[in-house]
Each structure stands twice: as structure tokens, then as C-alpha cells.
Design a protein around this ligand. Structure first.
Ligand code: TRP
Length: 376
């Protein structure tokens, strides 16, 4: 289980310890999303999206350049993805919800990559069918997020390898083993599939350009742990005549336990999109909180919302209204709002969300085919 006292580790395959986001901006060499940038984004989006207002998206690369291009009348494509290694939980939805918002505002086409190959390669016990099964299952959650069927293509890496491979070898030829070793921590005993894989994850950045012959910029909304992929991709892009892909990075949604991100491998700390509402309610009921051990102490001293997963969920996903959020925060800190009551409040919102999402997920089965890239 993740623990706040552990050293911070953030790689595409491991996220643990207490995450220091400003340190990541420094170490990864990205740009912080400043007030000025937010003001600029606001010109296009109107009211800032909750995830920008509350700092869930906090860092970027070349977003200013993407806006320059857009303001000069150029279109750009969006690209994000999912490693299908299990069922989808609500933490995974965070960047997808934001990507849909960007698609709505900028009218952009979206490439969504399902890396069934990556997950097959890194999980010793997986067969190709294991990750393909999750890829098709997870695609329903992607569609349920509400993307525009006319502007969204879901890439299934293995099935779409025909189109991907031609571009991937161009990329791969320009990345050395020593670069990926240093960037991803590969070792002599890493399998050669995963060593090649960063070339595959680079491809969707360039796909629109390859397919249309028009040089189209690409913006990637994704959690910050994916950044190593973009660092190598950005180095290669100009060598192949493409624009460097731009990024906007988000934080991780904390789990329901004490510290650590929401992780499918610790099921009791995460709400899966397919959890029956009463199961989700029970998980919330059992969650860690920022409360005091006894009611008397809580009434006297108040709770600590800033370490509390129940409050985080309101903050990041479930309480849109800034005024109501502030009220929740103050009632918690003053000891007026007890954890039991707050858990019940949140559980109602989560249950309502799940019922809706699950309906959309069912409907997604009928339109899945329309969303698939299918080597086109
Ligand atoms: N490697 C990612 C994962 O394991 C999946 C992925 C592929 C991705 N392409 C992406 C994520 C682009 C974000 C953006 O989850």
C-alpha cells in the first residue's frame, strides 16, 4: 500500500509516496499553468473548467503555442489514452472528462489510444486476450464520458498495428536504447517489447499529420506520470518533420485510503465505474477521513479537509459549485460537519453519478463500432 512517508516515485508504471507536484514540474522540466495562462484559456472556454479552476491540471508544455496556432486559425488534434490493465475507476475519468471539455470547446478531433500491447508486455501473467478484453471493456467508459462519435477514434494498438507500425519504426529508428534506459529505467532484463513500446505510444501524436498530409499540432491531456513518453517523442518529432506534441498535465486522484493515489490494485480504495451503487457507498463509508477519533474532539477541534479523501472527491469531481464547496470546507473545519454525515452526502452524489454513467455505458455497446479507428 502507498504510504506518505515513502520516497516519491512517479514513472509510467509506478506512482507512490507523497507526491510533490512542484518538484515534478522542476524535475520533468515542464511549465507551471500560471494565472496568465489560465486567463488566456478562459478567453476560449468562458468560465474555467473545474479541473483548471481547482488546479487539478497544473502543468503544461507548449500550451501557449497551441493557443497561438489556434488563434491564428489552425486546428489541432487531441490525444489521450489508457493502459487497459483492469476495470476503470473514477480516478481514470478525470483527464477524460477534461479532454471531452476541450473537444467541446475547440471542436478538436480526438485520438484515444488503448495500449493493450503495453499492458500485455508489462504484466507477466497477462495474455493478449486479457488486455484486449480490458481494452474493449474500458472503451465503453471512454464512450460514456461523452466524446463526439464523429470526432473521436479509439485506437486498439494490436488490432491497429498495421497503421501504427509504419510510423513507429520511423520513430524507433531515432531513439537509442541508452535514451529509453535513462528515461524509463529499463534494464538488461527488460523484455525487448517494452523497450520498443515508447515508439508506439508516440505514434498517435503524428497520426493526423500522416493520414491527412497536413501538418497538424497535437495536444495531450494526461496525468503527469506519462511525461517520460512525451519527452522522447518531442525529441524525435522535428527529426521526422512533425510538430512537437504539446501537453497539459493533471495530478492523480487520491484513493479512499490514507495517502496514495486511487489504484485498481487496492480495490477497497477505489470506486470502479461498474461498482453497484451500494458497493461504492460501502467503500466510501469505510474510507479514511481527516476527522478526529471522537465526536467530542471533532466538535471541539474540527476536521482536516486537506488530508481527507472525502473532501478531495468533492473538490476534484463531485461539487461543481465553488460556493457550496467552500461551505463544506468551513463546516468541516469548524467541527459542525461530522465525517459520517459528510460520507453520506458524498455517497449520494457518487451513487447518482454511477447510475448515470452505467446507463451511458450500456448504450455505448451499440455505438462502439463507430468509435473504433480500425486501421483507417
Ligand atoms: N501508457 C498509458 C497508460 O498506461 C496509456 C496511454 C497511451 C496514454 N497513450 C496515452 C495515456 C496518451 C495518456 C495519454 O495508462
Amino acid at each position: 500500500m502507498s504510504n506518505d512517508d515513502e520516497e516519491m516515485v512517479v514513472t509510467p508504471w509506478t506512482v507512490s509516496g507523497k507526491i510533490d507536484y512542484s518538484r515534478l514540474v522542476e524535475e520533468f522540466g515542464t511549465q507551471p499553468l500560471t494565472e496568465d495562462m489560465l486567463e488566456r484559456i478562459k478567453k476560449h472556454t468562458g468560465e474555467l473548467h473545474l479541473q483548471l479552476r481547482r488546479g487539478l491540471f497544473f502543468s503544461h508544455r507548449d500550451l501557449d503555442w497551441i493557443l497561438d496556432m489556434y488563434e491564428a486559425g489552425r486546428r489541432f488534434v487531441l490525444y489521450t489514452g489508457r493502459g487497459p490493465s483492469g476495470p476503470v475507476h473514477i480516478g481514470h475519468l478525470v483527464p477524460w472528462i477534461f479532454t471531452k471539455h476541450l473537444q467541446d470547446v475547440f471542436g478538436s478531433k480526438l485520438y484515444f489510444q488503448m495500449t493493450d500491447d503495453e499492458k500485455f508486455l508489462i504484466h507477466p501473467e497477462f495474455t493478449l486476450d486479457t488486455s484486449k478484453g480490458f481494452a474493449y471493456d474500458n472503451a465503453l467508459d471512454v464512450i460514456a464520458t461523452g466524446f463526439d462519435p464523429k470526432k473521436t477514434k479509439i485506437i486498439m494498438d494490436v488490432e491497429d498495428s498495421g497503421t501504427l507500425y509504419r510510423i513507429a519504426v520511423q520513430v524507433a529508428k531515432r531513439i537509442t536504447f541508452s535514451t529509453v534506459k535513462a528515461t524509463f529505467g529499463f534494464t538488461e532484463s527488460s523484455n525487448i517489447g517494452i523497450i520498443f513500446f515508447p515508439a508506439i505510444q508516440a505514434v498517435p501524436c503524428f497520426l493526423e499529420t500522416e493520414l491527412t498530409g497536413e501538418n497538424v499540432p497535437c495536444l495531450i491531456p494526461a496525468a503527469i506520470d506519462q511525461d517520460p513518453y512525451w519527452r522522447v517523442t518531442r525529441d524525435v518529432a522535428p527529426k521526422l518533420g512533425y510538430f512537437k506534441p504539446a501537453q497539459i498535465h493533471c495530478k492523480f486522484l487520491p484513493g479512499l485510503g490514507k495517502g496514495g493515489k486511487m489504484s485498481a490494485s487496492i480495490p477497497e480504495t477505489c470506486v470502479f465505474t461498474t461498482d453497484p451503487p451500494e458497493v461504492a457507498e460501502k467503500k466510501i463509508w469505510n474510507a479514511f477521513t481527516g476527522g478526529k477519533p471522537t465526536v467530542e474532539e471533532q466538535r471541539k477541534l474540527g476536521g482536516d479537509p486537506y488530508i481527507c479523501p472525502i473532501y478531495y472527491y468533492e473538490y476534484y469531481l463531485f461539487e461543481e459549485d465553488d460556493g457550496k464547496l467552500k461551505e463544506i470546507c468551513e463546516r468541516c473545519r469548524s467541527g459542525e460537519l461530522l465525517c459520517g454525515e459528510h460520507k453520506m452526502m458524498l455517497a449520494e452524489k457518487v451513487k447518482k453519478f454511477l447510475v448515470e454513467h452505467q446507463k451511458k455505458r450500456e448504450k455505448a455497446k451499440d455505438v462502439l463500432d463507430e468509435f473504433l479507428f480500425k486501421n483507417r
